[in-house]
Ligand binder design. Structure first.
Ligand code: PMV
Length: 350
């Protein structure tokens, strides 16, 4: 399915003088990862990725037109945002305004319950919620495909949080032009068979990461000798993952996800200089997950741009897995998530 090419619509910019909208979205955890951009401005990845949207850690975002303001204002968890956060949100609003052919500054108030910057995909829920709320306020009438293309421009992983359950994000043909890839790079839901999964999230460190995923991806793509092989392996993983999901085979889903994640971290470790998100505490949890498996529990780990570990298991085993991981990691917070809904509008006025 192709969406209309909204980014080239040319309309005279008309002022928006009122209106507000509130949207909510949840983070997603990739089981086949996105790591590395073909184009940074358009946020086009080198490979397809596949994730599960969670039913916890919602981000709620309220966007309201500020008719007399000259600049956008962003308030994140009650505090005015500055620097990189403000710049990213303003750039995103500018894209929405240009696409809609509208002008007028906005106030964005975001409540993010995900620990920000800790490799728990806080930017995925943040930009999925912002895409829904901002598109509504500036009068962009987008279908889910176009919304996921828009959310992608804020943060790649946000394209997948537009959808609930499992979602695949298409990279867009590598041999196509950037404009074609931009059109074809969107997320969509992935059917799954009889699967009742849970992700047990072990937050070993909720602090911000030392290297942003943007910088780490750039360094990996530019300098890691393993990057090309990881992209090729990921393509195979995606085919196998779709099949495992269709069959509802949690052990296959989990082992593909674990191998894919370890491969992604290997490409980063081989970058020059190396990017290392995994900490000693991460490796401890990986050992505990192996032990759970040895004890007959289906449990598989995945890690993102941070030291925290997400353990995929059957929902029926989630309490047992969470309890075991809590006992072994008394310093960590442990959360249990199931598959959640996609981004949605809660209220709109004006
Ligand atoms: O949060 P982003 O869009 O900059 O990308 C982060 C990518 C990973 O979380 C590491 C993997 C993924 O596919 O979500």
């Amino acid at each position: 399915m192709r969406s209309e090419h909204w980014s080239t619509l040319v309309q005279p910019a008309r002022p928006v003088t009122s209106g507000s909208a509130t949207a909510v979205a949840q983070p997603n955890i990739a089981l086949v990862k996105y790591w590395g951009k073909r184009d940074e401005r358009l946020v086009l990845p080198w490979s397809d990725s596949l994730s599960m949207t969670l039913d916890i850690f919602p981000t709620t975002t309220h966007v309201r037109i500020a008719p007399d303001a000259e600049h956008d204002t962003v308030v994140l968890n009650g505090r005015p945002a500055t620097g990189e956060v403000l710049r990213r949100v303003t750039t995103f609003l500018e894209l929405v305004r240009n696409t809609a052919g509208r002008r007028g500054a906005a106030v964005v108030e975001t409540d993010n319950t995900v620990p920000t910057g800790a490799g728990l995909a806080s930017s995925a829920s943040a930009f999925a919620a912002l895409a829904v709320a901002a598109a509504t306020v500036y009068g962009l009438d987008l279908d889910a495909t176009a919304l996921s293309r828009l959310a992608r421009r804020g943060s790649g992983s946000a394209s997948r949080s537009v959808f609930g359950g499992f979602a695949v994000w298409h990279a867009g043909q590598r041999t196509s032009t950037l404009a074609e890839a931009d059109l074809n790079s969107y997320a969509e839901p992935v059917p799954s068979g009889d699967l009742d999964p849970a992700l047990v999230i072990v937050v070993v460190d909720a602090g911000p990461k030392a290297v942003s995923s943007r910088e780490a991806m750039r360094r990996t793509v530019d300098t890691s000798p393993l990057y090309g092989s990881w992209v090729a392996a990921s393509e195979d993983d995606l085919v196998l993952m779709r099949d495992a999901l269709r069959r509802g085979d949690l052990d296959a889903v989990g082992s593909i996800a674990e191998q894919n994640a370890l491969g992604m971290h290997a490409t980063m470790l081989a970058a020059r200089p190396a990017v290392r998100y995994l900490s000693p505490a991460t490796l401890e949890v990986l050992d505990q997950v192996s032990r759970l498996r040895r004890d007959g529990v289906s449990a598989y780990a995945t890690m993102d741009a941070g030291p925290n570990v997400k353990v995929l298991c059957h929902r029926a085993d989630a309490d047992r897995v969470a309890e075991a991981l809590r006992r072994s990691n008394p310093e960590s917070s442990v959360h249990v998530a199931g598959p959640g809904q996609g981004a949605r509008l809660l209220r709109a006025s004006g």
